[in-house]
Ligand binder design. Structure first.
Ligand code: NAP
Length: 325
């Protein structure tokens, strides 16, 4: 597997990262880990080694903590693995009833960040995270408080680098202005279907611009400042490569083209979807959401596909349901 050096760090990570949201049995509260969850996590980590992926994306909310816990159990079985992998997790989203009687909310308070990291490390059974991301912007955030929490985590060795998720350009700029070290990543939804990051680039000065609010300058900020853009849901959750029943025309057409290119490039549809993201010059890192070994093998083929400019724009036009302006 090809690797990339994350800017501003000494981390060499696989070009494709593996998302851990599918581990630990979903979102349900008050359920326990089972032997099946452990088997799934074991097979996932074995498949990761097989395809050469060393970068794992967690969040404290995945499986309500069970994703990190089951990952930690497998890590304890294979202690030598820890130094060969890079672990990223996130905090800042709080469920309702945490503690009882509270609403679902965002929380970037210093105390919550520190407590969350300690709980993450406990569940994973490790002494450090390579990267911590703030999950979704907290309207009530205070830059000074976040900077202080980050400094405590960095100086105690609990977290090496920091980044964000789902933040626009101004939010990144605001937070960065308080920090002594650069933000290293911004994780956002990006795929052939969720293509605001591309749409915004062709919308300026158009009679009827179609760009979704918030994307202005995000990719340019990342490129100028060495922030790694990470794509969540890069396979569009299987919509383009699975069952198309009930999907609108643009999705069917895009899926048809994905299939056609997978034949001409002698590869898999998943590879074409990921190659579309990989061609972007900001070096987008897809975070794959599947934990199935067969689908991971289908995805890794993306690294040997090079789409032409014409194929890239044809896929984009099909997905947006309109040719370029
Ligand atoms: N920062 C954020 O706010 C945020 C939000 C969401 C996710 N994430 C991260 O991003 C990662 C990826 O997100 P994601 O899981 O939404 O991304 P994804 O890779 O686009 O979708 C994966 C899901 O689609 C299913 N799928 C893929 N191909 C399929 C097909 N041909 N037919 C049927 N189902 C198919 C997979 O099922 P199988 O498991 O059966 O293959 C899996 O449930 C997560 O694990 C997490 O780490 C971050």
């Amino acid at each position: 597997m090809q690797t990339i050096r994350i800017p501003h760090t000494d981390l060499d990570v696989s070009r494709l990262a593996l998302g851990c949201m599918g581990l630990g049995g979903g979102w349900e509260a008050n359920t326990a880990l089972t032997a099946d969850h452990e088997r799934q996590a074991r097979e996932f980590l074995d498949a990761a080694e097989e395809i050469g992926a060393n970068f794992f994306d967690h969040a404290n909310i995945y499986g309500r903590g069970r994703a990190e816990e089951v990952f930690g159990r497998v890590l304890r079985e294979k202690p030598s693995l820890r130094d060969r992998i890079v672990i990223q997790s996130k905090c800042g989203i709080r469920w309702a009833d945490d503690p009882p009687g509270t609403p679902q909310r965002f929380d970037f308070s210093g105390d919550h960040i520190l407590e969350s990291v300690d709980a993450i490390l406990r569940r994973l059974g490790t002494d450090r995270l390579e990267i911590l991301l703030l999950h979704r912007p907290d309207v009530l955030w205070q830059g000074e408080e976040i900077a202080e929490a980050f400094e405590k985590l960095r100086s105690s060795g609990r977290v090496r680098y920091f980044g964000v998720s789902n933040q626009n350009r101004f939010q990144m700029e605001y937070l960065q202005s308080f920090l002594s070290e650069p933000l290293v990543a911004n994780q956002m939804e990006m795929s052939l279907l969720h293509h605001g990051f591309a749409e915004v680039g062709i919308s300026f000065n158009q009679a009827s611009p179609r760009y979704p609010d918030g994307w202005e300058g995000v990719m340019e900020y990342c490129r100028l400042n060495g922030v790694l853009p990470q794509a969540w849901s890069p396979l569009a959750r299987g919509v383009l490569t699975g069952n198309l029943e009930g999907e609108p025309d643009n999705v069917r057409q895009a899926a048809g083209l994905v299939r056609e290119y997978s034949r001409t490039h002698e590869t898999t549809p998943e590879a074409i979807l990921l190659a579309w993201l990989l061609k972007h010059p900001a070096d987008i890192q897809p975070i794959l959401g599947t934990s199935r070994p067969d689908r991971l093998r289908a995805c890794v083929k993306a690294l040997s596909v090079s789409l032409s400019r014409e194929e890239w724009y044809s896929l984009f036009a099909a997905a947006r349901g309109e040719s370029m302006p």
